[in-house]
Design a protein. Structure first.
Length: 51
């Protein structure tokens, strides 16, 4: 799980660095940190829940 989170972090950082505007950065933020974000889906598959 920790390795997957590190991979997601790296992907997100690469996308933010390549972003051409603040709107794109915000879209990336929502993609990764939103309620239905990548880390949420990954944890849900592993049976973890967030408060």
């Amino acid at each position: 799980m920790e390795e997957k989170l590190k991979q997601l972090e790296q992907e997100a950082l690469e996308q933010v660095e390549a972003a051409s505007s603040l709107k794109v950065v915000n879209d990336i933020r929502v993609q990764y940190l939103g309620k239905k974000g990548a880390d949420y889906r990954s944890a849900a598959r592993n049976g973890q829940t967030f408060c």
